[in-house]
Design a protein around this ligand. Structure first.
Ligand code: 4NP
Length: 153
């Protein structure tokens, strides 16, 4: 079965679109057949492209996320995706509340997939500067690498 991964943060304009872009790039490089999407627990930014600072950091690392559009997570996501991956603990707690009884997706925290970073959160870079977005990129790309390697097996 083709694995499918949904990344979830709060606004779906900073962290989860970066994780989506990083995993898409990793899957393309490995020739891995993978469905990748992202969503937010909130809906304030629905329909919007990623924050321009997120677009810029991805572009600096060779990944174009300008075509992504924000959406809110919905109950069917827990049936459609094999993996639903939260960027921080609040996102994970909200996902656990939203998950329907017949949801089959495996829930996890993004950094659970990075050796030595298990249980840690990807901080929200929204109130920070470009340096914060570089930290976010480093974290999501490390997780994307580890996830792609695991899903290939
Ligand atoms: P994200 O960052 O969850 O990484 O997309 C945020 C973007 C916007 C807001 C919060 C977090 N906001 O409150 O508008």
């Amino acid at each position: 079965m083709t694995s499918s991964v949904l990344f979830v943060c709060l606004g779906n304009i900073c962290r989860s679109p970066l994780a989506e872009g990083a995993l898409r790039a990793e899957a393309a490089e490995l020739g891995l057949d993978l469905i990748v999407d992202s969503a937010g627990t909130g809906n304030w930014h629905a329909g919007e492209p990623p924050d321009r600072r997120a677009q810029a950091v991805a572009r600096r690392h060779g990944v174009d996320i300008s075509g992504l559009r924000a959406r809110q997570v919905r109950p069917e996501d827990f049936r459609r995706f094999t993996h639903v991956i939260a960027l921080d603990h609040d996102n994970l707690a909200n996902l656990r509340k939203l998950a329907p009884a017949d949801g089959s997706a495996e829930l996890s925290l993004l950094l659970d997939h990075v050796e030595g970073r298990e249980g840690q959160a990807v901080a929200d870079p929204w109130f920070g500067d470009d340096a914060g977005f570089e930290v976010t990129w480093a974290e999501v790309s490390a997780a994307a690498r580890a996830l792609a390697a695991r899903l290939r097996r």
